[in-house]
Design a protein. Structure first.
Length: 296
């Protein structure tokens, strides 16, 4: 179990404006220009309201170069390690690799494919809002980019993770539907425990899911597919069969590569099993799975 807030740098608004509070070990913590840039981008998201034009960020050349570097380095890894649906979605969504797409451009690509849209987030979005919005085919995404001194590493989700990882998953109709079902599950939950269980299963599936395809273990999780390092390591982890009780109760550390992953037997198995879980999950699910686990 983890707290979603741990993933993001806290954002506050005070008399001096919007401030993003970077951790002491963040690559950009000692770079005043980067910190000011983060504050500026966060403020644009906080000032946005539904129905308004999407805030467009005038990305700098160093930021554009980070995007180009990540796209270039991840491309051969996707060919080798990503599931077929993700590779097909890369072609279907056809995002530029030479410049950072604006969120409204990502939406324009997704709408005819699956109907999903992107909306801006300054940082952490409350669990119920983030997951619940998936039911409306809406994905909350940050717009900042990791520090240019470490283009292949980020201690927190940035636009690269949320567009390269999640955006392409949402371009596949079947995976997009699993996301929508996760949103409906979140909305059915009226307790923090039920919602957290849904979030934990989402972590081990949509974020860090793997499956067997063509005789090889491949990734479909956004966290793996957007990580230059983890995508090379996931096949060496402890790969367990899909087990939603374990996903919702196992302890894990988000600051390290995930040592335990849950693998579906095939893409269709993942869609049916994970989609089936989210289609029925509610506040009673943790107790129901616990009883089943105890009698197994």
């Amino acid at each position: 179990m983890f707290e979603e807030a741990q993933l993001y740098s806290p954002v506050t608004r005070g008399e001096d404006g919007v401030t993003v509070h970077l951790a002491d070990d963040h690559p950009g913590v000692n770079d005043p220009a980067y910190r000011e840039r983060r504050n500026e981008i966060a403020a644009a998201a906080l000032d946005w309201s539904p129905g308004q034009p999407m805030p467009r960020i005038d990305y700098t050349e160093p930021e554009q170069e980070v995007w180009r570097t990540v796209c270039r380095e991840l491309a051969p890894k996707h060919e080798r390690y990503a599931c077929r649906a993700f590779r097909d979605a890369l072609i279907a969504l056809d995002l530029p690799t030479d410049r950072i797409p604006q969120l409204d451009q990502v939406t324009a690509g997704l709408q005819p494919l699956t109907g999903f849209e992107y909306v801006p987030a300054a940082g952490i979005v409350p669990l119920d809002e983030f997951y619940g919005s998936l039911a409306d085919k809406r994905f909350h995404s940050t717009q900042y980019v990791r520090h240019h001194d470490a283009p292949l590493y980020t201690p927190e989700p940035d636009l690269i993770h949320e567009v390269i990882g999640h955006g392409h998953l949402l371009a596949d109709p079947q995976i997009a539907e699993v996301n929508r079902l996760a949103g409906e599950a979140a909305r059915r939950c009226e307790t923090d425990a039920g919602l957290q269980f849904v979030a934990d299963v989402f972590w081990f599936t949509i974020e860090f899911g793997v499956l067997w395809e063509d005789g090889a273990l491949r990734a479909y999780g956004a966290g793996i597919l957007s990580s230059y390092g983890e995508i090379e390591e996931f096949r060496g982890m402890d790969i367990r069969p899909l087990d939603f009780h374990q996903m919702g109760t196992i302890e894990y550390d988000i600051t390290h590569y995930q040592p335990v992953l849950f693998g579906a037997d095939s893409f269709n198995h993942m869609i049916e099993a994970v989609g089936g879980f989210f289609a029925t999950a509610d506040d009673d699910t943790p107790a129901r799975l616990e009883r089943k686990h105890a009698t197994a």
